[in-house]
Write a protein that binds this ligand. Structure first.
Ligand code: AMP
Ligand code: TRP
Length: 330
């Protein structure tokens, strides 16, 4: 069976973009692949975190995976820092990565431009840790949103470089980026993607928002000029709302346009709010329905399954590099 690996950071409010761009596809694909879904808490450290909050968020994100429909009987859910091989392989890959190629990453450039105190080295090396996550599991497919495409290309480059220099070790992974939903835009600025790091809470719908908040945010969402409700690339704010509606109702664009013919923005926003609220209600119930004990049991068994594979890959990598510890010489 081919393998999937993906992950998300336990920071900020998980939003509809995360669900529609990534999580939804993990759930769809999990039965066709052997799947690993990781809560990447080491990545979160690239920005300052409150330790208590980070610990709580990490558990919360694991709950969101489960509530979205990741089945722990079929897929492996685990926490990145529980498997030390991620950090170990990241160091090794850092030694074959080049500063210039890391400086070319657009996420790095964006973040570096914003940081007045000087950008942390972790932000530069962030995609190398991501490459380690993926390569440790000899992953075939990585389902992510559009913003991760460049990181996947770097991952492939690092794997190819390692294989060329030290012998065939890593599988070269492919990105799985959905045709629709890979880039859900901000509700307050359709030129920007919906992002956890956005300071304006109005810009995104968090998966844990209550009904009233969702209705208010959608009511205030910016719109474009023009009145007709239809999918239209030249009206990005409207198209974004329609895309969310489309993915949550699974109706075709044609059906949706017919449904809204002769209706206006207010009607669309109201109906979209109904759809989002109806979708999130059972989702939120599932989040709260998972007991702490059950969650710990799932994460522990995930840690075990992931560790077995990570350890075997690291053995191979160390052998390739001539890193033989005293205990492993035989
Ligand atoms: P992050 O929020 O960076 O932890 O992202 C977790 C996953 O959600 C990644 O696969 C991202 O590509 C995806 N993602 C984040 N923001 C969006 C968005 N606005 N639209 C679609 N996918 C997204
Ligand atoms: N960088 C990803 C994001 O911000 C999260 C991530 C870390 C990831 N490691 C990964 C995604 C490995 C896929 C595979 O969205």
């Amino acid at each position: 069976m081919k393998r999937i690996f993906s992950g998300a950071q336990p920071t900020g409010g998980f939003h509809l973009g995360n669900y529609l761009g990534a999580l939804r596809n993990w759930v769809e694909l999990q039965r066709e692949y052997e799947s690993f879904f990781c809560v990447v808490n080491l990545h979160a450290l690239t920005n300052p975190q409150d330790p208590k909050e980070l610990a709580a968020k990490t558990r919360e994100v694991a709950r969101l995976y489960l509530a979205a429909g990741i089945d722990p009987e079929v897929s492996t859910i685990f926490i990145q820092s529980d498997v030390p091989e991620h950090a170990e392989l990241a160091w090794i890959l850092n030694c074959i990565a080049r500063v210039a190629e890391l400086e070319r990453m657009t996420q790095y450039k964006d973040k570096a431009a914003k940081q007045r105190e000087g950008v942390g080295a972790g932000i530069l090396n962030y995609p190398v840790l991501m490459a380690a996550d993926i390569l440790l599991y000899k992953t075939d497919l990585v389902p992510v949103g559009h913003d991760q495409k460049q990181h996947l290309e770097l991952t492939r480059d690092l794997a190819e470089r390692f294989n060329r220099d030290y012998g065939e070790t890593f599988r070269i992974p492919e990105a799985f980026i959905p045709k629709v939903g890979a880039r859900i835009m901000s509700l307050s600025n359709p030129q920007k993607k919906m992002a956890k790091s956005d300071e304006n809470p109005q810009s995104s719908i968090a998966l844990l928002d209550d009904a009233e908040t969702i209705r208010r945010k959608l009511k205030r969402a910016v719109t474009d000029s023009g009145t007709e409700i239809r999918f239209d690339e030249t009206r990005p704010a409207l198209t974004n709302l329609l895309t969310i509606y489309r993915l949550l109702t699974q109706r075709t664009p044609q059906e949706i346009e017919e449904h809204f013919a002769g209706k206006g923005y207010a009607q669309l926003k109201g109906e979209l709010a109904d759809v989002v609220v109806e979708f999130l209600r059972p989702f939120q119930e599932r989040v709260h329905g998972i007991s702490d004990e059950e969650l710990e049991r799932i994460l522990e068994s995930g840690r075990e399954r992931a560790s077995g594979i990570a350890r075997a890959t690291m053995e191979e990598v160390k052998n390739r590099l001539g890193l033989h510890g005293a205990h492993s010489r035989n």
